[in-house]
Ligand binder design. Structure first.
Ligand code: ZN
Length: 339
């Protein structure tokens, strides 16, 4: 397993050093699974600045008229046809799931962690909230992918569970929720991951475990690490070995994964961030040996005049530049993912 990297050295006459020549070193890294490149910068100009505290004022402003709050959620959100979901919506614990008004996929869902939690900062996320939300999304995937159980309907074989946590991450609503997508066509990232030979995932995790600098632990079923060549700042990855599709997740796996995602969200809050994305990429049942892949990345903070974390490089070159060193991230994560 190759952890390929290439240094980039440059010299500028630096005004911060009286215009003396100052050399800086950055590096390009190649992802061992998909081959995509990322730029890890060591210039230490904080690209995604941290902030203190949560924007409580924004929470109050957006609370008025919010469609996901308890007094409105069952009045203004859509329902599934009874042939797909008999009760129209799916309730698991505090989570409420219903169809997305916006059709990102053949089957698109929205799942609110809890209608009562309009303000749900990363620091307040719990294992139970994430696990119940995931369990509802799993039920949604099963309902649309396995209508004639147990035989899977291969036509809608590409499922993913996703989250835009807070407005800078792409959410149109302040009230935290997740989104499910089940489609006959994969997204670009789903396709790339599903093309990776199954043995390569094992080799990658073996190599990361042996190297140790980015490996975060977990269990034989779910393993966590800091990405070598991140797709976004502060990227954490998880691999769920016993399942290749969200519909295959049983409740113990849902609980374990939910606990890991909540741990990661709490960790991001501890680092000084309030917004993130995550995606759990499923593949069709015929991709034997494919482990469910999870990626989580930091986004710019909810703050006035914030700097976007997406520049020409990320948006138009499909390449990340980050000054969050993966090895530093793993060191700060410590042993919180170990079980
Ligand atoms: Zn709300």
């Amino acid at each position: 397993m190759d952890f390929a990297r290439q240094e980039m050295r440059r010299t500028i006459l630096d005004p911060r050093a009286g215009f003396a020549p100052v050399e800086s070193v950055s590096e390009v890294r190649w992802d061992p699974l998909t081959g995509h490149t990322a730029r890890v910068l060591r210039d230490r100009v904080p690209l995604v600045p941290t902030v203190d505290g949560e924007p409580a004022q924004l929470a109050a402003q957006t609370r008025l008229g919010c469609p996901f709050c308890p007094e409105r959620v069952r009045e203004v959100t859509p329902c599934f046809p009874p042939a797909l979901v008999e009760q129209g919506r799916i309730d698991v614990g505090a989570a409420v799931l219903f169809p997305n008004l916006v059709g990102y996929a053949e089957h698109s869902s929205v799942c609110v962690y809890s209608p009562a939690l309009h303000h749900l900062p990363l620091a307040a996320m719990t294992s139970a909230l994430v696990a119940d939300n995931l369990a509802a999304q799993v039920e949604f995937c099963r309902a649309v992918q396995h209508p004639g159980r147990p035989a899977p309907r291969l036509g809608s074989g590409w499922a993913s569970l996703n989250a835009n946590h807070m407005l800078p991450a792409g959410s149109s609503l302040y009230h935290p929720h997740t989104q499910g997508a089940v489609d006959s066509v994969p997204s670009n990232e789903q396709r790339l991951l599903a093309e990776v030979p199954a043995a390569r995932f094992r080799d990658y995790l073996d190599a990361e475990r042996q190297d140790g600098r980015r490996y975060l632990g977990g269990s034989p079923d779910v393993e966590w690490l800091a990405a070598f060549a991140p797709r976004g700042p502060g990227e954490l990855r998880a691999f769920v070995w016993p399942a290749g599709n969200p519909a295959d997740l049983d409740r113990p796996l849902v609980d374990e994964l939910g606990s890991g995602i909540a741990t990661a969200m709490n960790f991001y809050a501890e680092l000084g961030y309030s917004s993130c994305n995550w995606a759990l990429y499923g593949a069709p049942v015929d991709r034997v040996g494919y482990p469910l892949n999870l990626r989580m990345v930091l986004r710019s903070n909810v703050a006035p005049l914030y700097r976007s974390d997406v520049t020409w490089l990320e948006r138009l070159h499909h390449e990340l530049a980050t000054d969050v060193l993966p090895e530093d991230l793993a060191e700060r994560a410590g042993d919180r993912f170990r079980r």
